[in-house]
Design a protein around this ligand. Structure first.
Ligand code: NAD
Ligand code: UDP
Ligand code: UDP
Length: 332
């Protein structure tokens, strides 16, 4: 007698001891670190990316690994593969990139979520969503716990990203309630580290590149707005801890480093660490730029037993060393 469910499970099973895992946005900043860590844990990884902001360079060192497979694909189109876990990270994350083609940004979050959830439903895979602190918008309560519903402008320039991610969360929870899909939703706060794009406009990469090349350091507004920066290695551990948590843990769960800094403090720290002669210059604050942001990570601490361990200065030193090397390669 045939046993369809067993056959189905076997098709999904990886020949190695680990699982067969799909990482969308796998050639991006966070995705490439995640692929690396999953391979190191003995899993088989399918890295999917359309190379919108991702780079081959981020994953070139993984291409010789027989358990790593690179797939050029856009998540807004259906995808038929057999996997046991899906990490859905595909989406440009820096304001200049997600605002460059805002319609595509919303499509990536919404159509991408539908396709990946459809895939998870069919294969019975567990699925992780990289949501964001942007779902809280410009928050009126501080720090932000998961219960806070946010203050997002639905028609502003950041809305394609913020509302796209909010709708993706809605889809995740509806697939969970309606189709019993095994979901994990993390709200990721500002994360930095090696492999950020030097020109992606995010504050840490901007300030470091400006400091290393002797350009003026561009403070938007008065620089008193705050962010809380998490080093990439800590964040990846948090993401995997959420995926590996018991099935009752769906999230949403905040992942980030709660130590908060103003942009002026960040600039000062980078000036000290690079010993640059760069000067601060003040530029207009972009529309809808949140004034403060700090994760309440009580849930992550209690449920995942996770908290960041890398202090800002230590993470900045590693990131500065990375950009220093990148920039010296770029100059003939
Ligand atoms: P990133 O831009 O480096 O990575 C995103 C990746 O997704 C890129 O490789 C890009 O080419 C790919 N991509 C974009 N659209 C796609 C599509 N339609 N189909 C397939 N691939 C596509 O950004 P990141 O910082 O690594 O962010 C990864 C995820 O984490 C994003 O979903 C982002 O929203 C989320 N996130 C990041 C941060 C952060 O501080 N880095 C904070 C909150 C949330
Ligand atoms: N889908 C996919 N891979 C799969 C299964 C589904 O990409 O293995 C996509 C497909 O485009 C589908 C969407 O996911 O439209 C949502 O799937 P679901 O089963 O929820 O809905 P339906 O198939 O009824 O549209
Ligand atoms: N910012 C800045 N100078 C820059 C780039 C960004 O002062 O060169 C500010 C920006 O206005 C925001 C903060 O730094 O207040 C974080 O910006 P980023 O784009 O890194 O992240 P997000 O706003 O999405 O949290």
């Amino acid at each position: 007698m045939t046993r369809p469910s067993r056959q189905h499970a076997d098709r999904r099973k990886s020949p190695v001891m680990g699982k067969r895992i799909l990482v969308t946005g796998g050639a991006g900043f966070l995705g490439s670190h995640l692929c690396e860590k999953l391979l190191a844990r003995g899993h088989e990884v399918i890295c999917l990316d359309n190379f919108y902001t991702g780079r081959k360079k981020n994953i070139v060192h993984l291409l010789d690994n027989p358990y790593f497979e690179l797939m050029r694909h856009d998540v807004t189109f259906p995808l038929y593969v057999e996997v046991e876990e899906i990490y859905n990270l595909a989406c440009p994350a820096s304001p200049i990139h997600y605002q460059f083609d805002p319609v595509q940004t919303t499509k990536t979050s919404v159509h991408g979520a539908i396709n990946m959830l459809g895939l998870a439903k069919r294969t019975k895979a567990k699925i992780f969503q990289a949501s964001t602190s942007e779902v809280y918008g410009d928050p009126e309560i501080h720090p932000q716990p998961e219960e806070y519903r946010g203050a997002v402008n639905p028609i502003g320039p950041r809305a394609c990203y913020d509302e796209g991610k909010r709708c993706a969360e809605t889809l995740f929870f509806d697939y969970y309630r309606q189709h019993k899909v095994n979901i994990r939703v993390a709200r990721i706060f500002n994360t930095f580290g090696p492999r950020m794009l030097p020109n992606d406009g995010r504050v840490v990469s901007n300030f470091i590149v400006q400091a290393l090349t002797g350009q003026d350091i561009t403070i938007y507004g008065d620089g008193k707005q705050t962010r809380s920066f998490c080093y990439v290695d800590d964040l990846i551990d948090g993401i995997i801890a959420l995926m590996d948590a018991p099935d009752t843990v769906t999230g949403p769960i905040n992942l980030g480093n709660p130590t908060e800094f103003t942009m002026l403090e960040l600039a000062q720290k980078i000036i000290e660490l690079t010993d640059t002669k760069s000067k601060l210059v003040f530029r207009p604050l972009p529309q809808d730029d949140p004034m403060q942001r700090q994760p309440d990570i009580s849930k992550a601490k209690e449920i995942l037993r996770w908290q960041p361990t890398v202090q800002l200065e230590e993470g900045l030193k590693k990131t500065i060393a990375y950009f220093d090397k990148e920039l010296s390669k770029a100059t003939p």
